[in-house]
Design a protein around this ligand. Sequence first.
Ligand code: PLP
Length: 400
Amino acid sequence: MSEDFIPLAAPNVGAREAANLQACIDTTFVSSVGPFTTEFERRVAQATGSEGAVATSAGTTGLHAALLALGVGRDDLVIMPSFTFVASAAAVAHCGADPWLMDIDPATWLLDLDQVERELGRETERRGDHRVHVQSGRRVAAIMPIYTLGALLDLERQKALAARFGLPIVADAAAALGAHSPAGEDLAGGADLSVISFNGNKIATAGGGGAVVGDPALLAEVRHLTTTARTSSDYTFDRVGYNYRITNLQAAVGCAQVERLDAFVATKRRIRTRYDAAFADTPGVRLFPNVEGSNCWFSGLIVDDPRLPTPAELSSRLRETGVEARTFWKPVHLQAPYAHAPAADVRVTDALWNKVLTLPCSTALTDAAQDRVIAALTPMLAEALCATTRPTPEGSPPLP
Ligand SMILES: *Cc1c(COP(=O)(O)O)cnc(C)c1O
């Protein structure tokens, strides 16, 4: 990698993280207990408006434990949007359940709650304490909204909808740390349990790691399940437990990062605003959704004109100029392990996913570097349209 290479989303770590790591070494607290773990949980709880938090080894393991704590089990169905990172679906599959895939709202890229309401009304019925998918006879066990790009929208609506059908909510808030709803509500208020990721490409990282926030009684169950389900120090266990703990080393980095969260969110929003200003009037492309309160985790464009190079082509051409850009999530219903999963009409997802181009948005990105990205991409978009809008010889049909 050349010095001038501009990465897509690199971790922003430095002296504070280093000092915390050194403290772990000095005190020998490097493993799964330690003061940073406790402090990390306190800070994540505070940042999300939760009474508590349970740190986990990853976002994916946090999601798995949250689903288990809410009783999701073998052959159940969990409603979620197909347009997500595949880990959301994997966590459901780890419970022996299947996702029931739904579409997104094109204006926000968030779970289409109108469709969820329609499908639950049309395809399910109540049997005793359960909500059952009539055609398959399978229990619908939970709804999993994804806070895509760090946006939370209708928290009250999603809770009212879930309550009406007697379903719990596990929110995949992997990339949403630091976000609020447009009404100013805290993240943890939108679901029974919400799960944050501290993977390297998220807004704050712990190297790797996750955290579950939400209802205190459910969090106690999550803690039990993620710490081997031990009931006493004499090696007695009451469940099949998991070792999903974070280490004090990871939490040490995570603590320093959460301390910097407000600055990270401000930078992410500024990066988004600058890209939006640069490309707002560019023909053939559209901007990412703008939901108030979003942490603007990722920036990029929707490449919406068939005459333009595809996002994959643009990414490889940008790479030649030292700029890392990428395509975005290929939806779950197109992934082989989930081909059998029930899916509603997902036409919005189908029309969107391969038009998305993500652009460099590290919190360490300088204005000068971002200007270089804009300067590299602008002619690639303009050339393609110029080439096809030149006047055609008289009498010949216009190019498609
Ligand atoms: C990153 C991410 C995950 C997975 O988190 P890990 O910490 O990498 O396991 C899950 N869902 C979404 C939407 C994500 O962006």
